[in-house]
Design a protein around this ligand. Structure first.
Ligand SMILES: [Zn+2]
Length: 143
């Protein structure tokens, strides 16, 4: 069965190449949750990074998925968040950023948007709404 081409796949590949990133996609890799020993819903509308490894979650909207990818790259090119370089985005918020959660999240979105522009990608309205929700959560769960 041939998989439908998803929005932004080409640019995700290009950015990964340019930044030397490894991207794992929860949609493509079967049983990723079991492989990593994490709950299935970890990848619902959430992604995370570890060093230069990006794990992309399952998103209903491909434009949100693409924006999330750029956000993750924003973390990688942004200030180091902790010694392990792990940022996990969960339904409840962000794990692994300590007290600067909101500032680091905002910085990663800003850098992600700026980087996306360089690749001729403009965030959709859905992506902007998603970003707003993420920043709200970062503020809410800060501490
Ligand atoms: Zn983030």
């Amino acid at each position: 069965m041939k998989r439908k081409k998803r929005l932004g796949e080409k640019v995700i590949k290009q950015v990964s190449k340019d930044f030397g990133l490894t991207v794992t996609d929860a949609v493509i890799v079967k049983n990723l949750d079991k492989k990593l020993g994490v709950p299935y819903d970890w990848f619902d509308e959430a992604s995370y990074i570890c060093g230069k490894e990006v794990t992309l979650g399952r998103y209903k909207d491909d434009s949100v998925r693409l924006a999330s990818f750029f956000h993750e790259v924003g973390h990688i090119i942004g200030p180091q968040v902790n010694t392990e370089g792990i940022v996990r985005h969960t339904k409840k918020g962000v794990v692994g950023l300590g007290k600067y959660k909101f500032l680091i999240e905002k910085d990663a979105w800003d850098k992600g948007i700026a980087l996306a522009k360089k690749y001729d990608v403009v965030f959709s309205q859905a992506a902007m709404d998603f970003m707003e929700q993420c920043l709200d959560k970062a503020l809410q769960y800060q501490g």
